[in-house]
Design a protein around this ligand. Structure first.
Ligand code: HEC
Length: 454
């Protein structure tokens, strides 16, 4: 489990401030400024190139204008346009399907834009040219926010820009590219049977998204957009039926994998929730937050059960021991703490009776943690210092230090056998080390780079 810290936050602020003057000005209705964000946030989950519910894709003006099975979604100046009928509930099912209706001001925005002639004012450079047929082109390696090995140990999923790159597990070749709408993917997780890959992320200050991919077919099965910002720290239950994700509205969202339906919105944190992990039986969940708490919740009811830790620094990462309800958490304080999920019977509130062990303090804030399976379990710790340290969870002693990174590391993954560790982060390289010795096995850039024309 792994978190993308500084960069996500910085760019959120940058984009947010950039939008302020635009929002403040009340002018002619604009597709790009007013309508497109509503569609991205509420509609593209189902109406995007790879899903196209009812034949409709709303991700570009041209596709939105083309419409779906019933014809054009709107006609200039036509108050009876199809899209208006659906968002107002004059046609059923009301859109967005399966979610609360749009607020009146958003319906009014779409209506005003159609009334004013439904013009396309998308700047040329902002027209979306990326799709499965036209995957992203990179001039430099992207910041990597997430990595995950498939449960069969054959492939390594790497989060790029607008896509997931599926590589052979030893880094010897690119197998598939899974292109979607989110600019950033902050976490990746395979279901235990390897059939589904979930990705959590979004586009900063616009929308959060959870993608569910069919790994064999390489197709998007489901996309759910939620909140107005990227989401973090997605995890999936061992049976693959339920997903949890953390959000910048301080909530944890629990979704049904098959339908994308929100089952619970847990609101007991006081700041951004950056990572989640389910317990062994999938019935309970621990979430960590910038509010410094690791909280244990009941998945079925969304109810709060316990504070797992004594509050210290902001928390950004959590990983669970394979097959056991023990977690390691870390963040701003730079110290990884191993906690039991369950408080012993003689319980005192807000003490540290659940603490099993502290690992040594790191040189930078912790952004990613991983707990290996295999014969000899290990915990890997990474963050803003360009080095990954591997520890023996039983004794807390250091096993090896993986060097060679040039900047912060946001993503870690052990392979299922526990003998390889993949790392990635700011410098855009993926490095694969031997987990026992930190000997570098492979160092590669996971995206095809534009050949420079100097
Ligand atoms: C959870 C999935 C989902 C979401 C989210 C969603 N839609 Fe739909 N949409 C559908 C499905 C399914 C249909 C087909 C409904 C039917 O025919 O009964 C549809 C049909 C439509 C149609 C008619 C297309 C045609 O030509 O047949 C329009 C227009 C539309 N949606 C607009 C929107 C807008 C606008 C939003 C966001 C405010 C939105 N939808 C959000 C699933 C979704």
């Amino acid at each position: 489990m792994h978190r993308l810290l500084g960069t996500a936050i910085l760019s959120t602020i940058a984009i947010a401030t950039q939008f302020v003057p635009l929002l403040a000005a009340v002018e002619t209705p604009s597709y790009y400024r007013d309508v497109r964000p509503i569609l991205q946030r509420n509609c593209q989950g189902c109406h995007q190139p790879s899903l196209k519910s009812s034949g409709l894709d709303v991700t570009t003006f041209a596709d939105f204008a083309k419409g779906g099975r019933r014809g054009p979604a709107f006609m200039a100046s036509d108050a009876a346009s199809l899209v208006l009928k659906y968002v107002k509930g004059e046609l059923q099912p009301v859109m967005p399907m399966g979610a609360p209706p749009l607020p009146k001001d958003q319906i009014d925005s779409i209506a005003a834009w159609i009334a004013a002639g439904a013009k396309d004012d998308t700047p040329a450079e902002a027209v979306d040219t990326i799709s499965a047929a036209h995957p992203p082109i990179y001039s430099q390696p992207p910041v990597i926010g997430a990595l995950a090995f498939s449960p069969d140990g054959q492939t390594l999923a790497v989060a790029g820009y607008r896509e997931i790159l599926i590589h052979k597990a030893d880094g010897s070749g690119l197998v598939k590219r899974l292109v979607g709408q989110s600019e950033r993917l902050n976490s990746l997780a395979f279901s235990a049977d390897g059939k589904q890959l979930i990705a959590a992320g979004g586009s900063p200050a616009r929308f959060g998204e959870i993608q569910v991919w069919d790994t064999a077919a390489g197709t998007l099965k489901k996309s759910t957009t939620l909140t107005n910002d990227t989401v973090f720290g997605g995890s999936i239950t061992p049976d693959g039926k339920t997903i949890a994700v953390g959000a910048t509205d301080n909530s944890v969202r629990i979704l049904e994998t098959a339908t994308g339906k929100e089952l619970q919105k847990i609101g007991n944190h006081e700041n951004w929730v950056l990572c989640t992990v389910f317990g062994v039986d999938g019935k309970r969940l621990v979430s960590v937050s910038k509010d410094r708490a690791a909280k244990l919740s009941d998945v079925a009811s969304g109810g709060f059960l316990e504070n797992v830790n004594l509050l210290r620094g902001e928390l950004s990462a959590i990983a669970r021991k394979p097959g056991k309800d023990l977690v390691v958490v870390g963040g701003e304080e730079r110290v990884p703490y191993i906690y039991m999920m369950d408080r012993p019977k003689v319980m005192k509130i807000a003490d540290d009776t659940t603490l099993v062990r502290k690992l040594p303090r790191q040189d930078g804030n912790i952004a990613a943690l991983a707990w290996s399976g295999g014969a000899k379990e290990k915990i890997a710790v990474a963050g803003l210092a360009p080095q990954v340290n591997i520890y023996d969870p039983e004794t807390g002693t250091m096993v090896a230090a993986c060097t060679g990174h040039t900047a912060g590391i946001y993503a870690l993954a052990f392979n299922p056998a526990g003998d390889r560790l993949a790392t990635a982060g700011f410098d855009g390289h993926v490095r694969i080390y031997s987990a026992d010795t930190c000997q570098l096995q492979k160092d590669f850039i996971p995206v095809p780079l534009l050949v420079s024309r100097q």
